[in-house]
Design a binder for this molecule. Structure first.
Ligand code: PLP
Length: 391
């Protein structure tokens, strides 16, 4: 038994949660009452230290403008040193409300309309939209999928770099769950310098890297480019909108911050600042327990599927609380054009994320979020297996 509670099922239905919202569930899978395993937030309460810090700030009763986020940046720098042995200067850190904001700002700050921007696919959908919505060109570098595991296609990547100015990288990668090796990153650094491509690395899932794998922040490998981190997924405070964007190069940082100030994107709210700072200062022990639990849930999900729904194969993640499920064998049997998310929603009462949301490379997959108490995960898996068995 750990120190923290990851087993209580907290009712989120009337809390304004997107994940549990009946109309979103209806739109996603045709069933407003489906048990949700889709959007990437967890069903665990945040660390008690975060909740206590918020309580005491709320008791103060006055929520005027924040003077500066400097203490948050210092807490983040200590965190980066402790968790990744990575030395970051607080002067190199900027705040954005979310990491997607930082990706969009990077596209605007460092490229021109018509420029090519590389992403590895399948990709978290906003990677496509921040490029397209800003009239830049998506250059897809599909990951190689072999023996149930995704890997980088470095040869194709170097080809694409010849006609790109920016790469939006995802490390660890959503949805494949891969933690990239030092060799992968060193090779990307070499080629990005050779071809003059700036790398912006989205590391929102990095804090939840599993034992046995090592996450290397992008700027621990290369001083150029950007490392985007956040306490949002890690401590289940995504709705608080705090991200820490590290830009060591002064010129690159000035371009980024001047764009933020043109948009008047100043600083976090007092409550989001309080939550994020407490998370980085006191959240380590809670996170250690969470990671152990996520490893257990990943194994439970994989082994449950292989014994109860063997036509679905789990792509074993190396970090975080989400996994891609390879449904190609099942789709082979029931018909490739069937909408599995809708079938599982309406017949099984479980809401999963549609693989095609991650681009065409994801069309034979669904994504599951296992960041939920074990009792709910077991319910969901049995709904999933029963629905598949009846197809
Ligand atoms: C890879 C990745 N980047 C960014 C986000 C969202 O980030 P934010 O809410 O900070 O914009 C997510 C959420 O699932 C994600 O998986």
């Amino acid at each position: 038994m750990g120190r923290y509670d990851f087993t209580t099922v907290v009712d989120r239905r009337d809390s304004g949660s997107l994940k549990w919202n009946p109309s979103y569930l209806e739109k996603l899978c045709g069933n407003p009452h489906a048990l949700p395993f889709w959007v990437a937030d967890m069903d665990f309460r945040s660390p008690p230290e975060v909740i206590e810090a918020l309580h005491s700030r709320i008791d103060h009763g006055i929520f005027g403008y924040l003077s500066s986020a400097e203490e948050l940046f210092h807490a983040f720098c200590s965190w980066a040193r402790m968790r990744f042995s990575w030395d970051v200067s607080a002067d190199a850190v900027c705040w954005t409300p979310g990491i997607v904001t930082a990706l969009a700002a990077s596209v605007q700050a460092y490229t021109e309309p018509g420029d090519g921007v590389i992403i590895q696919t399948p990709a978290y959908r906003p990677f496509f939209s921040v490029i397209r919505d800003n009239q830049r060109k998506v250059l897809e570098n599909p990951l190689i999928y072999r023996d149930g595991r995704f890997s980088l296609d470095l040869d194709h990547l170097e080809e694409l770099m010849k006609s790109a100015s920016l790469m939006l990288f995802c490390s660890p990668h959503n949805p494949s769950g891969r933690v990239w090796s030092r060799q992968d990153l060193t090779e990307i650094s070499r080629m990005s310098r050779k071809h003059g491509v700036m790398v912006v690395s989205d590391e929102i899932h990095a804090d939840m890297t599993y034992p046995g794998y090592t996450h290397f922040p992008w700027n621990s490998i290369d001083e150029q480019g950007i490392t985007c981190m956040a306490p949002s997924k890690t401590f289940n405070i995504a709705g608080e909108h705090v991200s820490c964007i590290v830009i060591p190069d002064e010129g690159q940082r000035n371009s980024f911050t001047s764009l933020l100030s043109r948009l008047s994107l100043g600083s976090p709210t007092v409550l989001s600042y309080t939550a994020a700072r407490a998370a980085y200062q006191y959240g380590g022990p809670w996170l250690d327990e969470l990671i152990d639990l996520l490893v257990r849930h990943a194994r439970l999900t994989g082994s449950y599927l292989s014994s109860h729904a063997p036509e679905i194969r789990m792509v074993m993640p190396e970090a975080s609380f989400i996994a891609f499920l390879d449904c190609s064998t099942l789709l082979e049997r029931i018909g490739r054009s069937r909408d599995l998310v809708n079938i599982l929603g309406t017949r099984g009462g479980i809401a999963l994320h549609r693989g095609s949301w991650f681009g065409s490379a994801g069309k034979d997959f669904v994504r599951i979020n296992f960041g939920t108490p074990e009792s709910l995960l077991e319910q969901g898996l049995s709904k999933l297996a029963r629905a598949v068995g009846e197809l």
